[in-house]
Write a protein that binds this ligand. Structure first.
Ligand code: ADP
Length: 477
């Protein structure tokens, strides 16, 4: 297994030999180490991308597509190996890791085809002897900075459309999960993607990003991570007027109306909340159940939560793995204690789950009844396996509460009323709405937020816009 950095088609160590340890969050055991590179290596990676850009952009879309699709195929071929590696460095249950590998490959497969449909326009002109041509061209060298919660999919969701549009990339994966990124780089080499088109750097995020922001040859940054870091990066991006896509934090409401089909709403609530131990940016953070169905929803949701199995993600049958690090567990604990102190009741969970032989990183899947707007959990991202529920009386109140957030990534609601379905979909101030659907993510749909959840869309044909410039050619005959 490769553990070095990919720069200009070569696998390299940090110039000074520094390395970062990678740990299994379930056991805290060191599983590998990767280079800790700095400014010199980052410059070298940008040089490599810059040198590769003209030839990559000059290829036909079909040529690029074939290479991108081939990377997707190799990821599927090695799905089991990649899934095990992901569980080892990230902690999620193996079944989820397998799902993520397929999901990650699907972004490459989609982009490989979509690149062929990157049409321009010929616009009716302003004078008889003029023609107006609109071309779509690659934005250029693209930096990609990704988080640890989806170590493969957050990369391919950006990589696929960037490559398809003709942009070479410099990828900086999260410190906690560099191995999945490096494994993708290895497969990219096997797929025959030319040297310099994909570069992967591991090391101190601030040092690497300073070089990226200082170098005017980099024209685009696509970032997924916290709102705080996104805001910081947006400030720094002003120096070279870098184009940005920012997929930031979320605080998803999940509304269950009186007329909801609970047979569908309850399993969706469980999947939406507890997938990846609650560590996804579109996880439901707040549940609102209407008065007529509240008690039954809470009873059925509690029962389903109690059936979840916490443990090492690599153990078959485990459905909730560890949290990524000690701070993550402390934050969950703080949110639950704060809710308790403000009158929240905790019928299920509500404490750390201690598991023999494993690290103190596990938290019991938890339900909190009686959530109020004052509670931290009602405002801040918990990123853990805790479901707070509040009762509401009418639709207007539910919408008001749901929209009372600085975030605007995903929102969910369950109803059997078709008029309400459209009304509420339109009223929710979110980039993604799951209407009777707790799992809206898919390669062909536009994923992204509004408000403090950022801007830009990933997935489907919309993703291509993020990596292309529109050029207007005014042609006088
Ligand atoms: P999370 O809370 O999901 O860890 P972060 O925003 O802290 O989110 O991290 C997401 C990505 O942003 C990671 O790859 C991390 O290394 C990177 N990152 C963190 N701080 C900076 C920074 N100052 N400059 C550039 N990247 C950063």
């Amino acid at each position: 297994m490769q553990t070095k950095n990919l720069i200009g088609g070569e696998w390299l160590e940090a110039g000074n030999g520094d390395r970062l340890e990678v740990r299994n969050p379930a056991s805290d055991a060191v599983i590998a180490s990767v280079p800790s590179v700095g400014a010199a290596e980052t410059r070298k990676a940008i040089d490599a991308a810059w040198n590769a850009r003209t030839a990559w952009a000059a290829r036909t879309a079909a040529d690029r597509g074939a290479l991108i699709a081939s990377l997707g195929r190799l990821m599927r071929r090695d799905s089991e190996r990649l899934a095990k590696l992901m569980t080892l460095e990230q902690g999620k249950p193996l079944a989820e890791a397998r799902g993520e590998v397929g999901y990650a490959a699907s972004f490459l497969e989609w982009a490989a085809e979509e690149g062929k449909r990157l049409y321009g326009d010929i616009v009716p002109a302003s004078a008889p002897d003029k023609r107006i041509l609109v071309l779509r061209q690659p934005v250029g060298v693209t930096a990609i900075i990704t988080p640890w919660n989806f170590p493969a999919a957050m990369i391919t969701r950006k990589l696929g459309p960037a490559l398809a549009a003709g942009c070479p990339v410099v990828i900086k994966p999260a410190e906690d999960t560099p191995l999945s990124a490096i494994a993708i780089g290895e497969l990219a080499c096997e797929a025959g993607i030319p040297a310099g088109v994909i570069n992967i750097l591991t090391g101190d995020a601030a040092t690497i990003s300073e070089v990226i922001f200082d170098d005017a040859r980099v024209r685009k940054l696509s970032f997924t991570g916290s709102t705080g870091v996104g805001r910081l990066l947006m400030g720094k991006a002003s120096k070279n007027l870098l184009r940005l896509s920012l997929e930031l934090g979320g605080h998803a409401p999940f509304i269950v109306f009186d007329d909801a089909d609970l047979d569908k709403a309850v399993p969706a609530a469980v999947a939406c909340k507890f997938r990846n131990a609650g560590q996804t940016c579109i996880c439901a953070n707040r549940f609102y159940a209407q008065a007529g169905v509240h008690d039954e929803f809470v009873a059925r949701f509690s029962k389903a939560i109690a059936e979840l199995r916490v443990g090492d993600g690599s153990t078959e049958g485990v459905t909730v793995g560890p949290l990524i690090n000690d701070e993550a567990v402390a934050k969950v604990e703080e949110h639950v204690e704060n809710a308790r102190s403000l009158g929240g009741r905790v019928p299920v969970g509500g404490r750390r789950a201690r598991i023999d032989g494993l690290a103190d990183r596990f938290y019991e899947p938890t339900l909190i009844e009686g959530m109020t707007p004052e509670m931290m959990i009602c405002r801040e991202e918990t990123f853990g396996p805790v479901a707070p529920v509040a009762k509401f009386t009418d639709e207007a109140e539910a919408i008001e509460q749901a929209n009372a957030s600085e975030y605007g990534l995903a929102a969910y609601f369950f109803t059997r009323d078709a008029s309400r379905l459209m009304r509420v979909s339109e009223a929710l101030e979110y980039g993604i709405v799951g209407a009777n659907d707790g799992g809206p993510s898919t390669a062909q749909a536009p994923f992204g937020g509004v408000k403090h959840s950022g801007f830009g869309r990933e997935g489907g044909r919309y993703a291509m816009d993020e990596y292309t410039e529109v050029k207007y050619v005014s042609w006088q005959l």
